[in-house]
Design a protein around this ligand. Structure first.
Ligand code: SF4
Ligand code: SF4
Length: 124
């Protein structure tokens, strides 16, 4: 079992249920570009109430600062700072990720086995 949810992955195009499969096996382009994360599970993948959530959307300023200053002691899992720019960034990142537009992860053998933990893949 994985650490983010016990939910199976819904079919491609169905409503996202926060199963966490996609971000566990392969970080998205935003994670690669801004968080320097090349291998799943994504460093910004968080669990909340039995679902996987995107920490980069929840607390973008925290994760971006941490990525720029890896040596800094940044409590990224804390509440996001109450800053307007942070909210604006969350909205933009959620839009870029297609949040609310359904599951965009392909249906294959690995996804069918989820939520069993599967080996992470390195992004090309
Ligand atoms: S996009 Fe799909 S695989 Fe990713 S968390 Fe949502 S339902 Fe799961
Ligand atoms: S940045 Fe967010 S959406 Fe992208 S892989 Fe990480 S947790 Fe998933």
């Amino acid at each position: 079992m994985n650490q983010f949810s016990n939910l199976p992955k819904p079919k491609f195009g169905s409503a996202c249920n926060g199963c966490g499969y996609c971000c566990t096996v392969e970080p998205c382009m935003l994670a690669k570009q801004f968080l320097h994360c090349e291998t799943g599970p994504c460093v910004a993948l968080e669990a909340s109430e039995g679902k996987a959530i995107c920490g980069l959307v929840r607390n973008p300023l925290g994760y971006l600062f941490k990525a720029a200053h890896p040596e800094a002691d940044v409590p990224v899992l804390d509440a996001a700072p109450n800053i307007e720019e942070g909210y604006d960034l969350s909205v933009k990142l959620a839009a870029a990720l297609g949040v609310g537009q359904g599951c965009d992860s392909a249906d294959d053998e690995d996804s069918a086995a989820w939520p069993e933990l599967i080996p992470a893949r390195v992004c090309e």
